[in-house]
Design a protein around this ligand. Structure first.
Ligand SMILES: Cc1cc2nc3c(=O)[nH]c(=O)nc-3n(C[C@H](O)[C@H](O)[C@H](O)COP(=O)(O)OP(=O)(O)OC[C@H]3O[C@@H](n4cnc5c(N)ncnc54)[C@H](O)[C@@H]3O)c2cc1C
Length: 449
């Protein structure tokens, strides 16, 4: 926040810790003074708008996280305002700052209202990431469907990346690495079982040696190596293979766990079909679009197309190793409760009805790789539409009608690899939300001071 007195430019930097807010004031780029707010409850009680957005604000204050607004960077020698809260700097002795009006402005700005549309793996993880990176935000998830009725519930949830042709490879690798690291930590924690995250080892097999023997993600999964001759004997029609250990999500469990974590942060979750993002402008400061295939209608994205996938979820607890044919079409992915047998990739098909002929074909293909599956029981058929694009759309956009503007962050189009990269794209989307907040604060402080 910036104010001008005479020719001197004043910059206020806001921090919160425990139940109090602290403000540091800089003049002419130099630290001037620090002051402490009234207790939060007292200040919030005086502010109608802050109280109504109180979930986000008090959540942020309770986590000792910082929220800094800069009209200009502090000058050399003043250090990082976030670390030197009470350290006196050069300048005149402190005086009391923090008129009610100033505190109320700060409280109001500290609780940007963010709506995340969509409750698949992308919407829920993005909402969670926003609460972690912008703890002062008030986050609401709006979606017409929730688990178990999303595409994300149908997925096998294997962390094996799919390539997005128009997204730079280093960015895809970063997304995968961040997701793998995040889920690996969960798999090693007491949360693993409830979150449905586990390690799984197995083989990716090829009828002929692929051009790329070392995929870009080979140094992220664990223990990547060529298969031994003895291992390849199990697959007489295949000549080459790669063995590795990766992570797998039990998708419905993971979605419920994400929802539970969101609720614990105070995030509001509502069932609502959004016909037009603009309809949210009067209630929210920023909208995050995580609608998967829904974005085709919602934002008219003609680059987004469905790739229909039919899979079988079967009971076959003796199958513990994954097997994936290198063409990506036939796969056997053992999970905690069920084994997923796949699959199909039908570009442009919008049909959500299971096809009996396809079910038989998938079952036969999988049995030819793992004959013991003939004994599989309780076969359930699922169909989902992969929200596909040449590149995932993680992007900022500002919608406007006349002088009214609505910042939007898009995060959709993850195609066949949403689980593999979700945390990486969620982090990127959350940092775009932070950029939107900074831009809003810039315009808001110009208007108020
Ligand atoms: C058969 C199959 C197997 C797969 N296996 C894997 C795998 O092993 N590994 C992997 O990484 N990926 C896999 N995927 C891909 C993965 O499922 C997707 O990339 C991922 O689920 C996309 O998540 P999403 O949140 O974008 O979409 P979704 O899960 O479809 O969520 C979109 C959300 O937006 C909501 N929504 C849409 N429009 C609106 C609107 N107008 N108003 C309000 N809400 C709206 C929906 O209700 C839903 O809650 C698989 C996909 C399929 C189909």
């Amino acid at each position: 926040m910036t104010a001008c007195e005479g020719r001197k430019r004043t910059v206020y930097s806001l921090q919160h810790s425990g139940s109090r807010l602290y403000i540091r004031e800089y003049q002419g780029g130099k630290f001037w003074q620090a002051a402490e707010s009234p207790a939060l409850a007292e200040a919030a009680g005086r502010s109608g708008s802050a109280a109504s957005a109180g979930g986000g604000l008090s959540r942020g204050l309770g986590t000792n996280s910082s929220f800094t607004q800069r009209g200009a960077e502090p000058g050399p020698g003043t250090g990082c305002p976030g670390r030197r809260l009470f350290q006196a700097g050069p300048g005149p002795p402190p005086h009391q700052v923090g008129s009610s009006l100033l505190w109320l402005c700060i409280l109001e700005m500290a609780s940007a209202k963010v709506a995340v549309v969509g409750a698949g793996v992308i919407g829920l993880s993005t909402a969670l990431c926003i609460t972690e990176t912008c703890p002062s935000c008030s986050v609401t998830v709006l979606s017409d469907q929730f688990s178990p009725n999303t595409t994300s519930d149908v997925a096998a949830g294997m962390l094996i990346p799919h390539i997005y042709p128009d997204t730079p490879l280093h960015r895809q690798k970063q997304w995968f690495k961040e997701t793998f690291t995040y889920l690996f930590a969960i798999s090693n924690s007491a949360e693993a079982s409830e979150a449905g995250i586990h390690l799984v080892s197995g083989w990716q097999i090829f009828k002929s040696t692929p051009k790329e023997e070392l995929p870009f993600w080979s140094d992220i999964v664990l223990g990547f190596r060529p298969m031994s001759k003895a291992e390849l004997q199990k697959f007489p029609q295949h000549r080459f293979g790669q063995a590795f250990t990766t992570l797998k999500c039990d998708c419905p469990s993971y979605l419920l766990w994400l929802e539970k974590r969101l609720k614990a942060t105070g995030t509001q979750i509502y069932t609502r079909k959004v016909a037009d993002l603009w309809e949210l402008h009067s209630d929210y400061d920023i909208v995050v679009n995580c609608t998967g295939m829904g974005a085709h209608h919602l934002v008219g994205d003609k680059q987004l197309f469905p790739v229909r996938g039919q899979v079988l979820k079967v009971h076959a607890p003796w199958v513990t190793q994954f097997i994936r044919d290198g063409d990506g079409l036939t796969y056997i992915y053992p999970g905690i409760h069920r084994v997923t047998l796949g699959g199909t990739r039908e570009k442009g098909s919008w049909s959500l009805s299971p096809d009996a002929g396809t079910t038989r074909d998938i079952f036969d293909r999988c049995c030819s790789l793992e004959p013991s599956l003939q004994g599989a029981k309780d076969i359930k058929v699922k169909v989902g539409l992969r929200p596909s694009r040449q590149s995932v759309r993680v992007q900022r956009e500002v919608l406007s009608k006349g002088r009214v503007k609505l910042p939007v962050v898009h995060n959709y189009g993850h195609g066949a690899g949403g689980f593999s990269v979700h945390w990486g794209t969620a982090k990127e989307a959350a940092s775009l939300v932070e950029e939107c907040i900074s831009a809003l604060q810039g315009s808001s402080s110009r208007a108020k001071l």
